[in-house]
Design a binder for this molecule. Structure first.
Ligand SMILES: [Zn+2]
Length: 133
């Protein structure tokens, strides 16, 4: 991270039984995804039932945390601190709505390779974000 990259402090994420493991893994700097054992497909956000086939036979798997920018926008109006929001498509095939952290905004493009990183929320919860590879 360059000196010009603003430091972002997130509000604490809402945690519930369906996403508790996701946040526990994030504290260990790991990105966890739900995977359906019935249709062999990953999904995100975490749910007890597979959104593809409805099965409750799901398990957690740790993502490699690598992917590409599927879409992005620059949030500059009406915010205290400009930031980049992006849909990142992980190599596992699921998309996450996330922050993209870089000081080189002109270099951001659809298809750009990114990897997960973590920023800390107000009370110390790691929150996944993405940075350029
Ligand atoms: Zn399924």
């Amino acid at each position: 991270m360059s000196a010009s990259t603003p430091v972002w402090v997130f509000q604490d994420p809402l945690q519930n039984p369906e996403n508790q493991f996701f946040w526990t893994q994030a504290q260990a700097r790991k990105l966890a995804l739900k995977h359906c054992l019935s249709c062999d497909a990953p999904h995100h956000y975490p749910r007890s039932y597979c959104p593809h086939c409805g099965s409750d036979q799901t398990e957690w798997r740790v993502s490699k945390g690598l992917g590409e920018v599927y879409s992005f926008t620059r949030m500059v109006r009406g915010v205290e601190q400009p930031f980049l929001m992006a849909y990142v498509r992980l190599d596992e095939g699921v998309e996450l709505l996330t922050h993209l952290q870089t000081s080189d905004w002109p270099a951001v493009a659809i298809g750009m390779r990114v990897k997960v990183d973590f920023l800390v929320s107000a009370s110390g919860q790691n929150v996944p974000i993405f940075i350029p590879l």
